[in-house]
Design a protein around this ligand. Sequence first.
Ligand code: ADP
Length: 481
Amino acid sequence: MSELGVLFCTSEMYPYAKSGGLGDVSQSLPEALRKEKGVKVYTIMPLYQTIDREKFGLEYSGLTFKYVLRGVSHQFDIFVNKCNLYELFVYNPILCDREGLYYDAYGDFGDNGLRFGLLSYACLEVMIRMNLKIDAIHVNDWQTALIPVLAKTHYYLTQKCILTIHNLMYQGIFGKEVMLDLELDWERVFKPESLEYYDSVNFLKAGIHFADAVTTVSPTYANEIQTLAYGCGLDDVLRNNSWKLQGVLNGVSEEVFGPKVDTMIHKNFNVRDYKYKHDNKKALAQELGFMSVDKPLFIFIGRFTHQKGIDLLIESFNLLKDFEANFVILGSGEEHYNHIFKSIATNYHNINIIVGYDEARSRRMYAAADFLIMPSLFEPCGLNQMIAMKYGTLPIVSKTGGLKDTVVDFTDVDYDHLKAYSGIGITYEEHNLFWFMHAIAKALSLYGNRKKFEKISKHDMQVDNSWKKSAKTYIDLYTKP
Ligand code: ADP
C-alpha cells in the first residue's frame, strides 16, 4: 500500500498553544495516526507570538510567500519544528501578534474572520508550495473550516477534505465584508446552503457544505446536534448533511496524560502503587493550604463559560460549604465569570478557587482528587472526564454528549463483570441544583465505602480511552473514496 499523506490544520495544538480540548486533540490525534503504518501526518498551525520559538526548537523553514487579497499583500513565513519536521507553523502578523488566541478581555478580536481566512489560505499555499504529498486535508472547527471552501472553489483541489466539529457553539460568524477581504467567490460560495447565514457569513456552515466528510467528537453529540435543542441554529444543515456526518470519539494522549508518565505531578503512581495517589493529595493540600486529606476532594477544571455549568456550580457553593469535603476550582474564561469567581474566592473555607489557566496545576489536581465535577449543559466529547479517570479520579457528569458515551453510573454496574464497562463514575440526568447535589451526595456515600471506591478508581485507571480505535476510523475516512 502506498503511503497516506494527511495535512492536519488547526488553530491550536498542545504544547504550543491550547485553550481547551481542541489543543489536546490536535496533539494527540496526529501522535496516534503517526503510530499507524504508512501514514504521514503534517500538522500546521499559527505561530502565535506567545509561543516560545527557542524553547520548542521552531526554526524558519526558508519559505516566505506573499498573498495579495483586496489589494493588500499579506506575508507568511513558514517555520518548522527541528525535532519533528512534520510540524509546520505559519507566521503572519495579523494572525499571530495577539495576546490571546481568539479574544482578550474586551471580547473576540474584531478581525477574526480575516485572521483565520488568512490561516486557511496559508495552509493550502504551504501544501502546494512545499509540494507535500497529501491525500486528505483534515480541518478543525470554524477557524480552519474555510479550507474545504477554498480547496473546492478557489484551488480546485482533489484531496479529500474532512471537517471535525469540536464544538458547534462556535461557528465563525462575520459580516459580509469578509467575503471581500478574503476574495471569496460570491456566486459559488455565498449561498443559503453554504456560507450565507442570515445575510452574514458562517465559516463552519460553509465547511460542512464543502467538506467531503464531517465528523464530530462523540456518537451521542453527532445525534444531538441534529436536533433543535443542540443544533445551535445549524441542526437543519446537519440533518441535510447527515449522510456524511459521523461521531468519532476523541481519545487521550498516552504520552502526555497518565499518573505513570506525567512529569508535572508530585509523585507518579499506577494501579500497583495506588497508595502513592494519596501522596499527591497530601502535596496538593499543602500547596493550597486545606487541612484534612481524609475528606474527599472534588475538583473542577475548565473554561468559565455557560456551557460548562458554571452557573449551577456557583449556585451550589452555598450548599457545598457545609459538606465534609474539599473543593478546588481551576478555570478561566468569560470576564463576568472571572470577576464573580475572584470576588468570592475567599468566602468559603472548604472551596478553593483559582482563576487562571495553569496546565501543571491542573495535572496535580487530576492526580490528587477523588472526584472531578463536570456539570456541563452540553458536552461534545469532554476530555476532562477521560483525563481524570486515567488518574483514578471519578467523574461526576451530566448525561450529555460525550459524557454519556464515556461514563456509566456506579449504581448501574454489575460488579461481577466489571471489565465489560468503560468509565465508571456518577451520572445525573437533569441539569438542576437538586440532581447535581444528589450526585455529590452519592459521591460522598461512595467515598465512605473505601473498598468499592478504590475498585472503581483502579478500574477507571485501566479503561482504554486511547486513540487506537478512533485513529483507525479516521484512516478509513481519509482513504474511503
Ligand atoms: P473544552 O470545551 O474546553 O475544549 P475539554 O474537556 O474538551 O473542554 O478539554 C479541556 C482541556 O483543557 C483539558 O485538557 C483540561 O485539563 C484543560 N483545561 C481547561 N481549563 C484549564 C485551566 N484553567 N487550566 C489548565 N487546564 C485547563
